[in-house]
Design a protein around this ligand. Structure first.
Ligand code: SF4
Length: 362
């Protein structure tokens, strides 16, 4: 197994046990939550300093997915869910979106596609071209999220310059049957291990607030810790109309913050990113994600829902006295110190599509 790219821990900082995590994750209000946030913030600063990272994504291929992830409006199993539907974007469009994300302060840029895996040689060739051009024309660290990718496909993308692979476990193994029935937890683990075998940085997290218990959130964190992932993207369910999770009751902002803090304390060296759903679930308290121990978030729109304007995300970090961490690709970074107001580069992903009835494609 290749070694993790997570930060080394300074003396005096050690991961907390799962038992302690199960106790702390219940500290979701009042003085107990305040103490938990202070502890997580101190650990983040000791290990990662006062820099945070932003990442941008493109929804490079949307809709018509044969998988049945219950939170996802792109699944063909949920025909009443509205989501954009389009085939893989061209390399030109992917690169243009990455350049816009870079100007908004992104250090990583992820190409995200719907579907079980890369569908054809033609798609793979477009992705290879896009990754090559990202390395040649931008400073961003390229990442991709292409489902249960085949090892030979990922090896080609790595050779083209792909640095990170993203694949969420989504939730704890014990809750996964409530989320998805068309692929297994073990298939996901195998994908992640494949990326690690190839020496890629692993970006693996999940979605909180899908009906799992706080203890199951700790179970997910234990799984991620065992995998030695480098980045942990934490999403909070933003229920999409027409999906089986449309009516799941949101967890409180306090529960979200306690979970972020516990993931930070369980994996002090990992880069904990707070991603989709922070606006909906944390509302006015989203500034507290960094105090809860996060050291990254997303800039721009999400896959199928709108995010905050980039300048507001940068301002949120600056209000905490934090600075943006530049990429490590050795190229000059096009972020000029000021993020644009409009989150327009990946607007296509969030444009509502008319309700449609899609066949389940297999
Ligand atoms: S595999 Fe991805 S695109 Fe497909 S239903 Fe699941 S989350 Fe959505």
């Amino acid at each position: 197994m290749c070694e993790t790219h997570a930060r080394p821990l300074p003396p005096g900082i050690a991961p907390i046990s799962a038992d302690e995590a199960r106790r702390l994750i219940r500290s979701d209000s009042g003085a107990a939550l305040e103490a938990l946030l202070d502890r997580a913030s101190a650990v983040r600063e000791a290990v990662h300093g006062r820099e945070i990272a932003l990442c941008g994504i493109t929804n490079a291929k949307s809709g018509r997915c044969p998988e049945d992830c219950g939170f996802c409006s792109q699944s063909a199993h949920f025909p009443d869910a509205e989501s954009p539907v389009y085939p893989l974007l061209s390399a030109d469009e992917i690169v243009a979106q990455a350049k816009a994300a870079e100007r908004a302060g992104a250090r990583e840029f992820s190409i995200v596609t719907s579907g079980t895996r890369v569908a054809s040689e033609r798609e793979l060739a477009v992705l290879e071209d896009a990754v090559r051009r990202l390395r040649a024309e931008t400073a961003v660290e390229p990442c991709a999220s292409l489902g249960l990718v085949r090892e030979e496909d990922l090896a080609r993308l790595k050779a083209a310059g792909l640095l990170h692979y993203h694949h969420n476990l989504e939730t704890a193994r014990s809750f996964f049957p409530n989320v998805c029935t068309t692929h297994s937890y073990d298939a996901q683990l195998e994908t992640i291990r494949t990326a690690r075998r190839l020496g890629m940085k692993l970006c693996t997290g999940g979605i909180l607030g899908m009906g799992e218990t706080p203890e199951q959130r700790v179970e997910l964190a234990e799984e991620l810790r065992g995998l030695g992932v480098d980045c942990v993207p934490l999403n909070f369910l933003n229920p999409r109309p027409g999906t089986p999770m449309a009516d799941v009751k949101a967890i409180t902002a306090g529960e979200c913050l306690a979970a972020i803090a516990v993931f930070r304390l369980m994996m002090p060296g990992a880069h904990v990113f707070v991603m989709g759903g922070r606006e909906v679930n944390l509302g006015e308290r989203q500034d507290l994600i960094f105090r809860a121990g996060a050291n990254g978030t997303m800039v721009g729109n999400y896959l199928t829902s709108a995010g905050r304007a980039p300048d507001e995300t940068v301002a949120m970090a600056e209000r905490q006295g934090l600075a943006l961490r530049p990429p490590e690709t050795g190229r000059p970074w096009a972020y000029g110190g000021e993020a644009p107001h409009e989150a327009g580069w990946n607007r296509r992903a969030v444009e509502a599509a008319p309700p449609r009835r899609l066949p389940v494609v297999r």
